[in-house]
Design a protein around this ligand. Structure first.
Ligand code: UDP
Length: 493
């Protein structure tokens, strides 16, 4: 007989902040529910980033273990310590990085074969299709984890099917209609290229499809009330059961957990909150492009000048990467001085959930990474959309056209590391000023958007409460694994 406390969930996130952070939240949620032990698989560099979270979990006696496996960077031609997507020298090294993650298969299998209690299931980032071999050898179910909406998953799925059928849409810049949706959604081919669009990454798409075909279902950071028709349709189209368990960020109930989420903040969090306290309610725009998108200096300068022209208060989280010195030069040439009384610039990691939850925040300019988008919705903050890459243009369509909580900046060209073609400047300062004004506007359109996002924020919170849809979903997932483990034990002679 399997005892209550013998369930053991193994969580294997991709080593990228946008994948690790929600998985760590999921670990906390599972552990809080009781009767489940969690192993969170990571690597030394990533472990050190989340030290504060780990010690908070220890203080709360949460049954979460951290397994730190050595990522063989050198073997694949990466420098030592290059253990996270945000540390890659360029997107071109993604191939090497993924090759290194694949080499974690054997050490993970060895560890789990000896672990006690025996694993009950593996929840794996979809970018780790190799975990299917480990699950198979341990004879446990494997789930794919996505921190992206069912809307984007469905669009990607349908576009992919069409891509295979007829080579979809031909020309990169021309809009195509996403097939099989209950409403008309248009994206340019280049804006929805699939998760691994370069020919040298094609093996990943094949492996992901193969892993999905044998997976037990998908665990998604969304909530049923946000996108009921797309959740349902994705389930039917993919043939996979969806467990919608979000917004997972809400598991960080205490201010201290919100402030230390993901990494150590590059700013004194108390000072940041005090700065926000001094601002009028809903007056401040928060700007962040997440953890991977890198803008060129020209884009940052135009963005800064556009923000300055609005004369509104803002918090700007800048991650300049390789152009830090140039950005500092530009900030020092007068921008920071001119905006000193109404701008807070964060150089590095921002305590994003803390900032978004503050009543002074009135808008969020984001790259439409799904974690950020959902965190904005959860905080009840209207969103200005400036998608970068991957599924972010699809997330924009969801925010703007379906949920009606977003205003599009009008950016059309995908960008990851600032390498857009000369003259293909994304937006000029006047356009930025205009779209910020539209977002922060107190008129009828702005008020309607605020009402809509406030309502969604309430539903997000209800979904995570005891008896809410996401809470039930996670409880059922645990129950299903309990039954599965029970059957397995009783079947063994
Ligand atoms: N984040 C943060 N501080 C930062 C930048 C990002 O807390 O300075 C968090 C953010 O709250 C979100 C995650 O990092 O949970 C970024 O994930 P998202 O999917 O939005 O974008 P990505 O970085 O993966 O493109």
């Amino acid at each position: 007989m399997v005892l209550q406390n013998e369930l053991h969930f193994v969580l294997v996130p991709l080593m990228s902040p946008g994948h690790m952070i929600p998985m760590l939240d999921l670990a906390r949620l599972l552990a809080k529910l009781g009767g489940v032990m969690v192993t969170f698989v990571t690597t030394p560099v990533n472990l050190s980033r989340i030290e504060a979270v780990i010690s908070r979990m220890k203080e709360s006696d949460l049954p979460v273990r951290f397994l730190s496996l050595q990522l063989p960077c050198k073997e694949v031609g990466l420098s030592e310590g290059c253990e996270n997507l945000d540390l890659l020298p360029s997107p071109m090294s993604l191939h090497n990085f993924l090759a290194a993650t694949k080499m974690l298969e054997e050490p993970l299998r060895l560890h789990l074969q000896q672990s006690s209690p025996r694993p009950s299931c593996i929840i794996s980032d979809f970018c780790h299709p190799w975990t299917r071999h480990v699950a198979r050898d341990l004879e446990v179910p494997r789930f794919d984890f996505y921190s992206m909406p069912c809307f984007a998953l469905l669009c990607e799925h349908n576009l992919n099917v069409r891509r295979m059928d007829d080579g979809v849409g031909g020309e990169d810049g021309l809009p195509i209609v996403v097939p099989g949706l209950p409403l008309r959604v248009e994206v340019a081919r280049v804006q929805a290229p699939g998760f691994f669009p370069r020919p040298e990454w094609a093996w990943m798409d094949d492996e992901i499809r193969e892993a999905e075909s044998v997976s037990h279902g998908v665990v998604v950071n969304t909530f049923a009330e946000l996108e009921p028709e797309f959740l349902d349709l994705y389930e039917r189209t993919s043939g996979k059961k969806v467990w919608a368990v979000g917004p997972v960020s809400l598991c960080n109930e205490l201010a201290i957990d919100q402030a230390s989420r993901g990494d150590k903040a590059a700013i004194d969090v108390e000072k940041c909150v005090a700065w926000l306290d001094a601002m009028k309610p809903r007056s401040v725009l928060y700007i962040s492009f997440g953890t991977l998108v890198r803008s060129s200096l020209a884009v940052l300068v135009d963005l800064g000048l556009g923000l300055e022209a609005t004369r509104r208060p803002f918090i700007w989280s800048i991650k300049a990467g390789g152009i830090q010195a140039e950005v500092e030069d530009w900030l020092a040439q007068g921008f920071e001085e001119r905006t000193r009384d109404r701008a807070l610039i964060i150089r590095g990691w921002a305590p994003q959930v803390t900032i978004l939850s503050h009543p002074s925040i009135g808008g969020f300019l984001t790259h439409c990474g799904w974690n950020s988008s959902l965190e904005g919705i959860t905080a009840g903050v209207p969103i200005l959309t400036w998608p970068g890459f991957s599924e972010q243009f699809l997330n924009e369509r969801l925010l703007v056209d379906v949920l009606r909580v977003g205003v599009p900046t009008g950016v059309k060209t995908p960008v990851w590391d600032g390498t857009i073609a000369d003259g293909d400047l994304q937006l000029n300062r006047e356009e930025i000023q205009k779209t910020v004004e539209r977002l922060m506007d107190a008129g009828v359109e702005g008020e309607e958007r605020r009402r809509t996002v406030t309502e969604l924020s309430k539903r997000a919170r209800s979904a995570m409460e005891v008896g809410g849809s996401s809470h039930l979903s996670l409880t059922r997932l645990i129950e299903e694994m309990r039954l599965y483990a029970h059957k397995k034990t009783t079947l063994v002679p």
